[in-house]
Design a protein around this ligand. Sequence first.
Ligand code: GLA
Length: 415
Amino acid sequence: MLQQTVFLLALVAQGLTLENGLLRTPPMGWLAWERFRCNIHCDEDPKNCISERLFMEMADRLAQDGWRDLGYVYLNIDDCWIGGRDDKGRLVPDSKRFPRGIAFLADYAHSLGLKLGIYEDMGNMTCMGFPGTTLDTVELDAQTFAGWKVDMLKMDGCFSTSEERAQGYPKMSAALNATGRPIAFSCSWPAYEGGLPPKVNYTLLANICNLWRNYDDIQDSWNSVLSILDWFVKHQDILQPLAGPGHWNDPDMLLIGNFGLSFEESRSQMALWTMLAAPLFMSTDLRTITPQNMDILQNPLMIKINQDPLGIQGRRIYEDEYQIEVYKRPLTNEASALVFFSRRTDMPYHFHTSLAKLNFPRAKVYDAQNIFSGEIISGLWSENNFTVVINPSGVVMWYLNPVKNMDISETMYQL
Ligand code: GLA
């Protein structure tokens, strides 16, 4: 009897938790939506419409221009790929725009060392009005995606009720598990419920999803970046502890390379998203991206920090009346990252502080490496005053490594 109960409990647990072992660090890759939206006009705009060609060309760029080797391995389809359902009820892609099907695209991605992500919606229709996954098609759709060898599913939440979503997301998670194929699961569920407890049950989400959109869609503007940042910081006491290996908050895509951000703003989004342990999904035209924007997105130390194996999300630890903010993210080996961020719109600001003033432990010594300039300040004591010059809407970002562990009494003893 006991044995039977244990067995049953194990089965229930298996059905409810996402034990796919995926995304131990935030996912990195390319996602079509922010830049290419629902452009289905291939006759008029063959290069940029949502089609097999667009994904193959982005796959080529990911593989050939250094992205894949830095970790940007996901090539993710978003809305507007679906053509309908076949006579067995299985999803099929639009046959004009994806003539060789999704399995072909997955094979193509895999042949280049990439992974393919796809999009569906837990509801009657996707947000752009294409056929959705309803409660009765969850299993079939999971099997279809696994059959195509898809590696990630973004499940949106348009055109459904709260009750349907509450049933549908756990059901899809279990159905993905049951396929036996490791498929990372990105859930937009919280964004449709206001993003906060008690309405959102993040304990459940961490068990069934690898990442989740908490808040509104990003748009191609600095205002949009700030509104998302503001919301995440306002609720950081709730959101910060949720992130960890296998389960991440998702403040949405990177805008870098598009039209809305200046150079400083682009660096700021990259730095702030890294502090938030956010997924790094670019959504830009990799065929025409400038070397300057590539540098921002391909900064190796930035990526190392984003991908830190501890997976601890950072927090804003300081703000003042001069519109200066400081963010800190703890990293492995007692290292940490600091971002000094200016919301000012006048001129470069000279910010005077010390690590002790930022609540670092006293009497420690650090090496500070500037993420963008590469410059290293060696032997910085917690008590040493220093000045960082932060451009308007810009950041200074440091990687801090402790070099000695002497407290003052030890120093005196040695003297
Ligand atoms: C929602 C999502 C976006 C995108 C669109 C597609 O708005 O939040 O990220 O997937 O749907 O229609």
